[in-house]
Design a protein around this ligand. Structure first.
Ligand SMILES: *Cc1c(COP(=O)(O)O)cnc(C)c1O
Length: 470
């Protein structure tokens, strides 16, 4: 069959749309969407046939194809297009990796009360910028800001989209046109495109590095202050550690120096833990309260890391400075919507009521003991009905994730899965293609599930997924 004959045999879009096999897809996706994707598939096939025509020795040029084969091929390509779309759309997954604040999997799952609050805010109108007492226009976020003041004892608060926005906005407001002093040991990259030197440059300030990579003294800061200095920046090295021959001034020393020289100190905390995690072995995660007690005038942190809430950036500190940040014209570009306010308020209410440990899934997952995880895993394994799978409980570690506490590991019990019928890579892929997708990890050629990040409500779906493995 020549390429021209193939081109002529290709069924039309209208003929294909009448095919039995496409009716359920049309029902689910709509006729127009199916027609558009079908056109793309046919265009792709025509281009390939023309390509064959220009390579005369291609054996497939002469392969016999009939209209039915071509229609089946077009249908296959059409389905592939929709399958790809389905996979890229945001959907729920089961996180069996044991990485609690997995940035690729959406960081902190929300508490039941946060879900209820944001569902309520989403389903109708709310008093986002409306003062119910006076019936006049109100201030967006004023309730949440009051909660933060009460909870943490700071003078003022501002809420933005994420911690990256908080850092940019703070530096742009307080240091534009001047110098930012920062230790060479803290010029961090958080991942993705957040690199502190680039953010400082974009904020309109100039970076002035002080000290060395491993040792920076208070005198290095003191000596670097000049008439151009606008702010001292301290950033928490979230995702790495400098160990060995090291030195850096304490937060309180730095705060005192800044105050003596009439400069603001700004701390980019990143993780923003409100609960002290040192009792469970996470010693390097400073709390927000620690920074405020050290009299840091401006502190910024994320809402969806160790706070366990929705994506947000929280800026706390002295009222005069926070008010200036709020008046920055770019504030509007970084403000958050009613969904985030409602979820964040509910999350902070759990802290105010002292129920964060049980209410917030990320916080409770971080605190789960190896024994409690082992108990759940053992009970789960006993009920899996699949004669081919070998399920074993082995010791291992979970991690906090989200760039927090890189060295700290949380002891856990893992379920290792092997089968004579498939490799660990094949098992991993099958679970990833499950509905809902199950994300597992592979170590030493074993597929591993960590129940630290699997909720009780997900266990039945996870069991069904395992029962379908070969
Ligand atoms: C994570 C992190 C950021 C960025 O926070 P997002 O909320 O993801 O924008 C900034 N600074 C530090 C120190 C961090 O750890």
């Amino acid at each position: 069959m020549t390429p021209e004959q193939k081109l002529r045999s290709l069924p039309s879009v209208d003929v294909l749309l009448k095919r039995e096999g496409l009716q359920s897809l049309i029902g689910a996706q709509g006729r127009d969407a199916v027609r558009d994707r079908l056109r793309e598939a046919l265009d792709e096939m025509r281009a390939e046939f023309r390509q064959e025509f220009t390579t005369p020795n291609n054996p497939s040029n002469h392969a016999a194809v009939n209209a039915e084969d071509l229609a089946i091929e077009a249908e296959r390509r059409l389905n592939q297009r929709f399958a790809h779309r389905q996979q890229t759309l945001t959907q729920r997954v089961i996180n069996a990796t044991g990485v609690v604040l997995h940035t690729n999997l959406g960081r902190a799952p929300l508490s039941q009360s946060a879900i209820a609050a944001l569902t309520q805010a989403a389903s109708g109108y709310c008093n986002l910028e409306y003062d119910l007492a006076t019936g006049a226009r109100g201030k967006r976020g004023s309730g949440l800001e009051a909660m933060l003041r009460d909870l943490l004892g700071c003078e003022a608060a501002a809420i933005v989209n994420n911690c990256a926005a908080a850092v940019y906005l703070t530096l742009n407001t307080l240091a534009e046109g001047g110098e930012v002093l920062v230790s060479r040991g803290e010029l961090i990259e958080i991942g993705g495109s957040f690199r502190l030197p680039d953010v400082i440059a974009k904020s309109g300030a100039r970076i002035r590095e002080v000290g060395t990579t491993n040792r920076t003294r208070l005198s290095d800061f003191a000596d670097a202050i000049n008439e151009h200095t606008k702010i001292i920046l301290r950033s928490h090295p979230s995702n790495y550690r400098i160990v060995g021959f090291t030195e850096c001034p304490s937060l309180a020393e730095l705060a005192q120096l800044a105050q003596e020289r009439g400069l603001p100190l700004f701390e980019d905390l990143g993780s923003g833990a409100l609960l002290d995690l040192s009792p469970i072995g996470l010693r390097d995660e400073p709390t927000v309260q620690h920074s405020l007690a050290a009299r840091v005038p401006v502190v910024a942190f994320s809402g969806d890391k160790l706070l366990g809430g929705p994506q947000a950036g929280i800026i706390l500190g002295e009222k005069v400075l926070i008010d200036r940040i709020k008046r920055n014209p770019m504030m509007r570009a970084f403000r958050v919507d009613k969904l985030i306010f409602s979820a964040l308020e509910a999350t902070l209410t759990s802290y105010a009521k002292d129920t964060a440990l049980t209410d917030l899934p990320a916080i409770s997952a971080i605190h789960a003991t190896k024994d409690s995880i082992a108990r759940r895993a053992r009970r789960f394994v006993r009920r899996v009905r699949n004669e081919h799978l070998k399920l074993q409980l082995i010791d291992g570690n979970s991690v906090v994730g989200g760039g927090s506490a890189p060295e700290a590991t949380l002891p856990t019990k893992l379920i290792s899965i092997t089968t004579p019928n498939a490799s660990s890579a094949e098992l991993e892929e099958r679970l990833r293609h499950n509905a809902p997708p199950v994300i597992a990890r592979i170590e030493d050629d074993q597929l591993l599930l960590d129940f630290r990040t699997v909720s009780q409500a997900e266990e039945n779906e996870l069991r069904a997924a395992l029962q379908q493995l070969p």
